[in-house]
Design a protein around this ligand. Structure first.
Ligand code: ZN
Length: 442
């Protein structure tokens, strides 16, 4: 179990402490939200005043109980009951009730044991006070093993398709030969769950694999920028990232790891950590931001800078992106602060040099399908680009604040053109800078 998990468990019994003056009395609930994901599921309760709450776990049956003080049960809280999705990996159901006068109790029936983490967020962006409950798995699955098994499954499927086609051909040539059974069992089922032991074949796959971390910005509580007609950055960049994964995965020796696969928030340091855990060869963060002036337009590519930003716009963009954690919601206590600081201070000139090479290839190809904001790769202190050993770029695919660009970003054909350009840039980079033989360990 990692240090982080231990920290989470310790936090489980900590009561959120607020001064009596700040305690809510008759607070109004403004909204409740549930963000289910295999990474972790989150429950957010937004209110006009800070809420005091404490939680505890029970086993047999597995439940998490959250008592919120100074509150009367109201319609907004009751809505939570209907907001649990059947596919939520952690929460089976939620019940709410007035446990005591002025204490509302939430009971979460759990599908599996969790390491809960509770924290409060003060008003930021469009949000007022938020009480957040994150349910993390007790043990993280191994993302590299999951990628390799996904690769194996894809290969098996491709081989099966070839066999089926051959079988078809033989049947046509020799009608006496029985056709292959329509419901032949799959050669392998993708089962990312441990404890299936790692096979020699899997070790060989990982040795040859090029792994690209694709990072769709924002997500969950953090919508990113919102266009004039309501298009949300978090949605459009996830759509682009999924197409990019499909495009890059089509190459035999490439596997893409998405840092988020759905609509939930992933903290910036966690995105970097995920890329490092799969020993990614590249990191590409995808965004579509807003700017102060609605007429701002064009795509940009950014690399890290350790010595200040290359322009005022670059600094502005980096500051804006780095605020994602405040909006998305991160418990300061949860992050292993020391690890985080060490990680973020180790950026190397070699990483930046390679990131600039990658950025130039990507920018050049994007320039063929769309307008560029600036013809050179810009640099600024983006937190998400700070994996010390992984060439990392952030692609601003366009300004969602510009009505024309918002319309283009929404268009699946343009998304595909963009993806082709980014993928071509990545392939060109690898053609000129072949990845070193990595000493990956499964
Ligand atoms: Zn963004």
């Amino acid at each position: 179990m990692t240090t982080r998990r231990r920290t989470l468990q310790r936090l489980g019994s900590v009561v959120l402490c607020l001064g009596t003056a700040e305690l809510a009395h008759g607070a109004a609930i403004l909204a409740v939200r549930v963000w289910p994901a295999s990474d972790y599921s989150r429950v957010t309760i937004e209110s006009d005043r800070a809420l005091a709450a404490r939680h505890f776990l029970t086993d047999g049956p597995l439940r998490l109980v959250l008592d919120i003080e100074g509150l009367e049960l109201d319609a907004a809280l009751r809505e939570l009951v209907g907001k649990v999705a059947p596919e939520d990996p952690y929460i089976a159901a939620v019940r709410v009730g007035q446990y005591q006068p002025r204490v509302v109790r939430l009971v979460l029936d759990l599908k599996q044991a969790v390491a809960p983490q509770q924290f409060a967020l003060t008003p930021v962006a469009a949000y007022q006070h938020r009480l957040v409950l994150d349910l993390h798995p007790l043990q993280e699955s191994d993302p590299l093993l999951a990628l390799v098994r996904d690769k194996e499954a894809a290969q098996a499927q491709a081989e099966r398709a070839v066999q089926d086609a051959l079988g078809d051909l033989i049947t046509r040539v020799d009608p006496a030969r029985p056709a292959p059974a329509a419901s032949a069992p799959p050669l392998m089922t993708p089962a990312p769950e441990p404890p299936r032991p790692v096979t020699a074949a899997e070790r060989r796959i990982v040795e040859r694999l090029i792994i690209i971390a694709v990072d769709p910005g924002h997500g969950g509580e953090d919508p990113g920028a919102i266009g004039p007609s309501g298009l949300r950055e978090k949605d459009v960049v996830l759509a682009i990232a999924r197409v990019l994964r499909e495009e890059l995965n089509a190459q035999r020796n490439v596997r893409v790891m998405l840092t988020r696969t759905g609509d939930y928030f992933v903290p910036l340091y966690e995105r970097v950590r995920k890329a490092r855990r799969v020993q990614a060869d590249l990191f590409v963060s995808v965004h579509a931001d807003a700017f102060l002036r609605p007429e701002a337009r064009g795509a940009s590519v950014f690399a890290l800078s350790t010595k200040g930003a290359s322009s005022a716009t670059a600094r502005w963009m980096a500051d804006r992106e780095n605020r994602a954690d405040a909006v998305g919601g991160v418990s300061i206590a949860s992050a292993d602060e020391q690890l985080k600081r060490a990680l973020l201070d180790m950026s190397t000139t070699a990483q930046i040099r390679d990131s600039l090479k990658l950025g130039r290839e990507v920018l050049r190809h994007i320039g063929r399908v769309g307008r560029l904001h600036k013809g050179t790769v810009e640099q600024a202190g983006f937190a998400v680009l700070k994996a010390p050993e992984i060439p990392s770029v952030l692609v601003e695919t366009g300004f969602i604040s510009n009505p024309e660009e918002e319309a283009r970003l929404r268009d699946p054909d343009y998304q595909r053109e963009l993806v082709q350009a980014i993928a071509t840039g990545i392939r060109r980079y690898f053609a000129r800078n072949p990845p070193l033989a990595r000493d990956r360990q499964l």
